[in-house]
Structure formats: C-alpha cells, structure tokens
Write a protein that binds this ligand. Structure first.
Ligand code: NAD
Length: 261
C-alpha cells in the first residue's frame, strides 16, 4: 500500500487538473450506510421506493418512509459529520491539487468538510424542491410540517406545487448544470480519483470510462473497500481499504512532498 500511496502522491503532485468522483462509500465512516455493501441500505429498503413513479403515485407514503429511516438512525444525514476522507479531499483542494469533486452523494458532507468546488450529481437530500416552481426549502422544515400533522405530503408555500427531496430519484434526469460541469471537468482532467463507489449507477459511471477514452487519457486512481465493477477497464492504481485511512495517508505523503520542494 505504501508504494501505491507514494506513486499516487507523485501523480497528483505533477497533475494539472486532478478531480475526484465520490460515492456512498466515502461516507460510511461517517455512519451513513452505502447501498450495495453487506448491511447496506438495499438490504433494508426496496430500491423501488426511490423511483420517481412510486413517489408521484403516493408522496405521503414516501415521506413516511423517509421519516422512519431518519428516526431509526438508519439514514440520518443531518446528524452525520464529515470523516477524515472528506477532510483530506478538502485539504487537497486548498493545496491547489484537486480542482473539483463530482459527488454522487446527497449528504452535503464534502461541503461541510470545506470543499468548495463540489458538483452534486445526484442533488442533495438536505433540501426539498418544489416540483413546479423549483423553489427550495430545508428538508427539516418539510419534515417538521409532516411531524406537526400540518400535511402528510407538504406543498410549496409559493405556488402549491408538490415538494420532493432535492435528490435525483430513479427515473429522473441528472440536473443539467451538474451534468454539463461534469462533462467539462472530465474532458479537462488528467487524474481522476474514484472513491467509495461501485460504479454501477449511470451516467455517473460513464465519467471514468470517458476520461480513459479521451486523448491523452487521464490516470484513474481507485480507492474502494471492494474493487468497482469497472476497475479492470479504467483503473490504473487500485487501493483497496478504508477511504479515511488511505486518503489521510495520501494527504500526508502530498504534504511531505510539498514541504520538501
Ligand atoms: P454503492 O453502495 O453502490 O457502492 C459503495 C462502494 O463504496 C463499494 O464499492 C464499497 O466497497 C465502497 N466502500 C464502502 N465503504 C467504504 C469505505 N469506508 N472506504 C472505501 N470504500 C468503501 O454506492 P454508489 O456507487 O455511490 O451508488 C449508490 C448511489 O446511492 C449513489 O448514486 C448515491 O447517490 C446514493 N447514496 C448516497 C449516500 C450518501 O449520500 N452518503 C448513501 C447511500 C446511497
């Protein structure tokens, strides 16, 4: 592992446009379960519950499930804090090494760790958005309206449209701005660090494929507990283990290198 960390530090330190693609695995050490690991959310919840069709059929049923997941502690994003992996990426941005993070996560933990250039590919579950006028509300306000008995499926205070968590559900399009910035960043990048994602969800999984197809291809570094489904096609440097541990050690190697030069 030490040699792989040293090699990655070298690649990053000499890069011009390094970016990161993160997934649910970067937040498991903050106590938020991922989807596909043993004991992950899919062992407890039917993925179909997160489809837009099911939400529209019965929004109050969705909101009830959302509150149950939160109160059981199974998926309580508001109480989670960033872990050393989030802080390491934030520090790499401050050092001028990492230019942006494209995250599939909806937990806001990169921003809370201090990362500034964050592309929310799948939205953010700490906000609710009106499906008609797109105005935003903190999700805790919507939750409070349900818990107080005001409404089982709250509506927008501006236009009366249905409120939905501002996260991308199955069957919904990726927000166009996030998609556009991700495409531009992927085209420019020379190093892509993939952290904590199984790369089974598209179009996010297209990002590592696209950076290997361009000329010259980017170097892809992968940090995962289990190798991603695309590691044989895309990964140049594979580090298997905890994101918190590996990214902290990588940051240490980068800081040592910067201090020496
Ligand atoms: P996934 O569950 O499919 O895969 C998680 C990956 O992370 C696996 O490869 C696993 O081996 C790895 N992993 C788990 N813990 C790790 C750790 N501590 N260190 C390193 N690697 C670790 O997740 P995905 O690919 O992100 O796809 C799931 C989708 O679900 C995403 O699109 C995301 O929007 C959503 N989701 C988000 C959150 C969140 O915001 N925290 C949580 C669950 C799901």
């Amino acid at each position: 592992m030490e040699a792989l960390i040293a090699k990655t530090a070298e690649v990053l330190a000499t890069s011009k446009n390094a970016i990161a693609l993160t997934g649910a695995g970067i937040s498991t050490e903050s106590g938020i379960p991922d989807f596909r690991s043993p004991g992950g959310l899919w062992t407890r919840v039917d993925p179909g519950e997160f489809s837009i069709d099911r939400f529209l059929q019965n929004p109050s049923r969705f909101w009830r499930m959302h509150l149950d997941l939160k109160s059981s502690g199974d998926f309580d994003l508001a109480s989670a804090d960033p872990n050393p992996a989030h802080y390491a990426l934030a520090r790499m941005e401050q050092m001028g090494i990492l230019k942006c993070i494209i995250t599939q996560n909806v937990d806001n933990l990169h921003q809370r760790a201090g990362s500034v250039e964050v592309v929310e590919f799948h939205g953010n579950l700490l906000r609710a958005a009106c499906m008609k006028c797109r105005s935003l509300e903190p999700i805790e306000d919507v939750e409070a309206r349900i818990e107080s008995g005001e409404s089982e499926a709250p509506r927008c205070r501006n236009c009366g449209g249905l409120l939905k968590p501002d996260a991308v559900f199955f069957g919904e399009a990726i927000p166009s701005r996030a998609l556009m910035i991700s495409q531009v960043q992927s085209q420019k990048c020379d190093v892509l660090i993939v952290v904590g994602t199984s790369l089974q969800v598209y179009p996010a999984a297209q990002i590592p494929l696209s950076v290997k197809l361009k000329h010259p291809p980017a170097v892809v570094v992968e940090v995962n507990r289990e190798p991603s489904s695309l590691h044989e096609q895309v990964t140049d440097i594979l580090m298997i283990g905890s994101a918190g541990d590996i990214l902290s050690r990588l940051l240490e190697a980068l800081e040592t290198r910067v201090n020496l030069h």
